[in-house]
Design a binder for this molecule. Structure first.
Ligand SMILES: [Zn+2]
Ligand SMILES: [Zn+2]
Length: 138
């Protein structure tokens, strides 16, 4: 499903470029990355435009904001329930689309209607591991 600008937000070429950038994007980009890439085509665009557009999309459930990266907030246009694995060295984030059976123990579940879950996995990706191995060979 295509990402839509919330009603009341003007469809400017810059904002449409942000939507195009996010559509199907699996890199979980940060606002800074989106700004840097789109600025090439729209040199006058401000960072606030990117940030405010992302914020509006997030408020309307069009993108998810991830806090898994300790360095910066990242955005995910895939709003279906999934988990994330981040490389602690290069900050690459990978989607994990497996339905784990995570049932909350009764004692924590009292009075709640659960609507979802999100697990954050941390590790070192194969590429980063290889780099490190190379270093060690010296
Ligand atoms: Zn890595
Ligand atoms: Zn994701």
């Amino acid at each position: 499903m295509a990402i839509q600008l919330p009603k009341g937000i003007k469809r400017t070429p810059q904002r449409l470029a942000i939507l195009r950038y996010l559509e199907g994007n699996r890199d979980h980009p940060s606002a800074e990355e989106i700004y840097r890439d789109i600025k090439r085509d729209f040199p006058t665009m401000s960072f606030a435009t990117v940030y405010n557009t992302l914020e509006a999309l997030r408020a309307h459930g069009q993108v998810i904001q991830l806090s898994i990266d300790p360095k910066r907030r990242r955005y995910d246009p895939d709003t279906t329930m999934h988990h994330h694995l981040i490389c602690r060295r290069c900050s690459r984030i990978v989607d994990i689309h497996i339905d784990f059976d995570i049932s909350l123990p009764e004692e924590f579940n009292k009075g709640y209607s659960l609507i979802g879950s999100h697990i954050e996995f941390y590790g070192i990706c194969p590429e980063c591991k290889e780099d490190r191995d190379e270093d060690n060979k010296v």
